[in-house]
Design a protein. Structure first.
Lengths: 368, 307
């Protein structure tokens, strides 16, 4: 045990004294969260919206006020004709137009049904979808309120559902993705490289011919990265809570437990790579190409798996990050407990066990 | 304590023969030296004994355990310092030493007396990272790390390569002290002068053992008489000697030329050579019989081996 502790201490020295490693370890998650959170967000703020109100009644006024109160829109009220509106769209001054028909409230009162025309600049399809979504949900809100005080079933617009993400934030999808990515990179690549480094420098030769069991050498290497990765989980989560205003809906403890499980999965993968790789470069390449790329492509974080051809969908099942991504999304955003994610958890356990066993089997106790 | 029987080791699927049918044994408490040039197969022998490589043919035991089947038992008993021993450059001297002591199940305090003589030289820099030490200091630290545990058998693969002569002498003093404590030591070196400090040595070349004996025994077994020749124009002298006496092997040895008087038993070589060299125009001629060193024995064996 004394040997094990000394070994772990030594590993910590390796990590903490190497500026580049430290930068990758702690700088990367920070940078990724900030980049994904602000630069690459699909959330739209202060979009120029024009309202053409032919009705000028209470109902239209209510809805306009709500639109104006939202931080997504900057509402300009104009009595524009269709031609001028089109010109404004073409010049890119406005992103969205909301047109109320002349008899909006009376339609609503007498027919229980009214329509609002929402016109979006679809040259940016994502932005347009997002904006119309925002507007629809604001109108939806108003309609719901109207119906609550009244027995009559008022209807205003076609229904758009925004399940689990009522505030229409961009963050929920990428925080679990970044978590999977960062943990994968840190745990797999760092462990793989640090073990191969000992092989390259020849210190492994001495360690092999010591009373210290080879498997303990490997485990001692994994411990520091487990702890450091947990620090990363904490920092990503606190950034998402305090910087991106995305609270964790579910149980923090469960989230940490699942993260620990995923880190261990990654560590066994890293150990497996290190056993196979001969040099640090090879270890790095395998980790990057073999681990990071599938994590980005097949976790469902960047590209929806459902849209992929069937063979790729099947392949995605062996990417551990896919399961972790589902787990984190469920806990963080939907607030699901263990009962909702036990299957994914079991699959991760299985993958971990698999790599642990083959690492153990293929570990070289000699130089050849 | 250590015994090898007909050990053969090849690399690259049998194309490169590193160790060729080697057999020898080392007694308990003996300081045994493997002497040979680079590429002679010393490191391969060490790695097999340290259970890091499996021999192609033959068998060997260390402390009574088979090197293939009982590797775990051997690993808990031996100390091993590879030729390419590297420390952790990002750890300080102190941390490196502490780490290796702990890994080998001991403490620096417990075995400090074993390394004291060398460690005091690098102790002033104990907080410095190993990566920023000079080559000699690195090697000294490596020696300390290898010696800090007190093993039953100690394998040291070229421990003094790259170390200054003073430290080399201190290192051999240390080895003798370790031997007095009953530790069996197997050491390899390319330096012939270190050979005479061993109890017994094996001369090795191209993976084959040329001779095994005590240093005195090897020197006594030198087959011919050996002379040291000296004159004014040394470069011309070596040329003249090899031209006119091609059957006698002559080679530069420090400031003199060593001449192996093979097949010259009946002649009074010093007188005859002096006359010949005077006629050739040399001055200050000096020819005297000398006792062969290990290096002479080794050179002689290589010459005989090649012809």
């Amino acid at each position: 045990m004394r040997q094990f502790i000394a070994f772990v201490k030594k590993e910590f020295f390796h990590v903490l004294r190497d500026r580049r490693t430290l930068l990758i370890l702690f700088g990367m998650p920070l940078a990724q969260i900030l980049i994904f959170g602000f630069a690459l967000t699909n959330e739209i703020k202060n979009a120029q919206v024009v309202v053409i109100d032919h009705a000028r009644d209470d109902a239209s006024r209510h809805i306009i006020n709500r639109l104006a109160a939202s931080s997504y829109f900057e509402v300009r009220e104009n009595v524009m004709d269709k031609n001028r509106m089109e010109a404004a769209f073409k010049e890119g001054h406005i992103k969205l137009a909301v047109v109320f028909p002349a008899r909006f409230q009376s339609d609503l009162n007498h027919q229980n049904h009214a329509q609002i025309q929402v016109i979006a600049d679809a040259s940016d399809p994502n932005g347009a979808t997002t904006l119309t979504g925002y507007v629809s949900s604001i109108i939806q809100d108003y309609q719901t309120e109207l119906n609550e005080g009244n027995g009559l079933p008022y209807r205003i617009t076609p229904e758009v559902r925004m399940l689990y993400n009522p505030q229409l934030k961009g963050a929920p999808n990428f925080v679990p993705g970044v978590m999977a990515l960062v943990l994968m990179l840190v745990s797999v690549m760092m462990t793989a490289i640090s073990i191969v480094r000992e092989k390259e420098t020849g210190t492994m030769e001495v360690l092999l011919v010591s009373p210290f069991k080879p498997m303990w050498v490997i485990l001692a290497k994994a411990v520091p990265y487990l702890l450091l990765s947990l620090v990363n989980v904490l920092s990503i989560l606190s950034m998402s809570v305090w910087v991106l205003d995305l609270p964790v809906a579910g149980n923090w403890l469960l989230l940490f437990a699942e993260s620990t499980l995923f880190i261990i999965t990654c560590l066994t993968l890293g150990i497996f790579i290190s056993i196979r790789a001969k040099s640090q470069q090879v270890a790095m390449l395998i980790s990057l190409m073999g681990m990071l790329l599938p994590t980005m492509m097949f976790s469902g974080f960047m590209f929806p798996i459902e849209n992929m051809p069937v063979p790729l969908q099947i392949f995605a099942n062996i990417v551990p990050a896919k399961w972790f991504y589902i787990i984190v999304k469920s806990i963080m955003i939907k607030g699901v407990g263990l009962e909702g994610i036990w299957r994914e958890t079991l699959i991760l356990c299985g993958i971990t066990l698999f790599f642990f066993v083959i690492s153990l089997k293929s570990f070289k106790i000699r130089l050849e | 304590m250590v015994s090898l029987k007909n050990i053969t080791k090849t690399y690259n699927h049998g194309t490169v023969k590193a160790v060729d049918d080697v057999s020898f044994s080392v007694e308990k408490g003996e300081l045994f030296g493997l002497i040979g040039p680079d590429g002679a197969g010393k490191s391969s022998i060490f790695r097999m004994l340290a259970t890091l490589l499996i021999p192609d043919k033959g068998s060997a035991t260390v402390a009574g355990h088979d090197i293939v089947n009982d590797y775990k038992l051997i690993r808990s008993k031996v100390g091993y310092m590879p030729g390419r021993f590297s420390l952790y450059p990002d750890l300080s001297i102190e941390e490196n030493l502490d780490f290796f002591a702990t890994v080998f199940n001991t403490t620096v305090k417990e075995n400090y007396h074993l390394i004291e003589d060398i460690y005091v030289q690098i102790a002033p820099f104990h907080k410095r990272r190993a990566g920023r030490l000079s080559g000699g200091m690195k090697q000294k630290l490596a020696l300390c790390c290898a010696l800090i545990h007190k093993p039953t058998v100690l394998f040291l693969d070229e421990p003094t390569t790259g170390v200054d002569p003073v430290s080399r002498r201190e290192f051999w003093e240390m080895l003798k002290r370790l031997r007095q404590q009953g530790i069996t030591i197997l050491v390899s070196t390319p330096y012939m002068d270190e050979a005479s400090l061993c109890d017994r040595i094996a001369l090795i070349q191209h993976g084959r053992i040329l001779s095994i004996d005590t240093p005195q025994g090897i020197a006594a077994a030198y087959p011919n008489s050996l002379y040291a020749v000296k004159a004014t124009d040394m470069p011309r002298l070596i040329h003249v000697l090899s031209t006119y006496y091609p059957h006698m092997h002559s080679y530069l040895f420090g400031e003199v030329i060593h001449l192996d008087a093979r097949g010259m038993g009946g002649y009074n070589l010093p007188d005859e050579l002096t006359q010949f060299l005077t006629a050739e125009g040399f001055a200050d001629i000096e020819v005297k019989p000398i006792a062969p060193t290990i290096e002479d024995c080794f050179i002689n064996m290589l010459v005989r081996h090649d012809t």
